[in-house]
Write a protein that binds this ligand. Structure first.
Ligand SMILES: Nc1ncnc2c1ncn2[C@@H]1O[C@H](COP(=O)(O)OP(=O)(O)OP(=O)(O)O)[C@@H](O)[C@H]1O
Length: 294
């Protein structure tokens, strides 16, 4: 992976009056990475992104995008595509006119028909924005963000409200952008998507990082889990388990492979039927649950 930093955030602080929304936040996003900025509600993700995107001034600290201040919009804006949580499109414009307008404002060049077909909106090209469904509006949002294949793309909750085909198509389009070297910053509350897609994750809580690192670095801070069910007459399993009220056994382990082998050998040797077997690293959900909300 290339190591040029596209985004550099150092000791960022952002206050709204007396309320300190972001505190001494430092991180960088390198060229070609998919960086997921995740966190609890009100953690400060949108505030942080607004500073990086140049929409808001920091209270203190330094933010550089492509080596420039994001407030220097003429230097940074043409290189960025932004998909906001809520679009501000004009309801009277058609889908094609919207892409043309936003495309022109971005100062990038692209083929409008190509962009519309990426998000499967060709058949809606002459439909007014006010007549689109929620999912279609999200796809239009995405189309305007990736118009002209920007070097840096911000995706804020990109798949909210999308059906599975549209989600797959969106991630395919993101993969293609990344193959061409684009950097992606993602925020989402769909943790599974972040766990599957992100190279690195910054997990925010109360204005600062609770954890930051690769997916593996984050998930290896908590034990992996093996879960299974045994027949009523089965002998006790060879590992210490807890049983939930649905009769599932759970093992928490830092030695997933060895424990799994022990369990499978025991079941094989004793002809014990293990059912509903699941084994895997901790999920991001569990890391979120470990955050002390107090
Ligand atoms: N314009 C504003 N004025 C005052 N407080 C604000 C303003 N914008 C955000 N806040 C507060 O700053 C904190 C961080 O908000 P922010 O929108 O950055 O969080 P978030 O991590 O994006 O949250 P969510 O996941 O809920 O969208 C919240 O407590 C919010 O109420």
């Amino acid at each position: 992976m290339a190591s040029t930093a596209v985004i550099e955030v150092e000791e960022l602080n952002l206050a709204y009056g007396d309320f300190h929304a972001v505190r001494d936040l430092s991180f960088e996003v390198r060229q070609g990475e998919l960086y997921a900025l995740l966190g609890t509600n009100g953690a400060g993700k949108t505030s942080t992104l607004e500073v990086i995107e140049g929409h808001r001034a920091a209270t203190s600290g330094s933010v550089r995008v492509f080596g420039s201040s994001p407030r220097n919009r003429s230097a940074t804006r043409p290189r960025m595509g932004i998909m906001l949580q809520e679009s501000g499109f004009s309801p009277d414009l058609t889908v094609r006119e919207t892409v043309q307008l936003i495309g022109r404002l971005s100062r990038r060049t692209d083929d409008v028909e190509r962009v519309l077909s990426v998000v499967d909106l060709m058949h809606k090209a002459t439909t007014r924005v006010s007549q689109l469904s929620g999912g279609e509006k999200r796809r239009l949002d995405f189309a305007t963000a990736v118009y002209g294949a920007p070097e840096l793309v911000f995706l804020d909750e990109p798949t909210t409200g999308l059906d599975i085909q549209s989600r797959d198509a969106l991630w395919d389009a993101v993969d293609r952008l990344r193959e061409d070297g684009s950097t992606v910053v993602l925020t989402t509350h769909y943790l599974e998507e972040a766990q599957q897609r992100a190279d690195r994750i910054g997990l925010m809580h109360k204005g600062t990082f609770y954890r930051e690192g690769t997916v593996l670095e984050l998930t290896s801070t908590l034990p992996a889990v093996i879960s299974f069910r045994l027949p009523d007459q089965a002998p006790p399993p060879p590992l210490r388990t807890t049983r939930d009220d649905r009769g599932h056994h759970h093992v928490e382990t830092y030695g997933l492979e060895a424990d799994l082998r022990t369990l499978l050998n025991w079941a094989y040797d004793g002809s014990v039927a293990l059912t509903e077997l699941e084994a895997g690293p901790t999920r991001l959900d569990d890391i979120f649950r470990s955050i002390d909300r107090g």
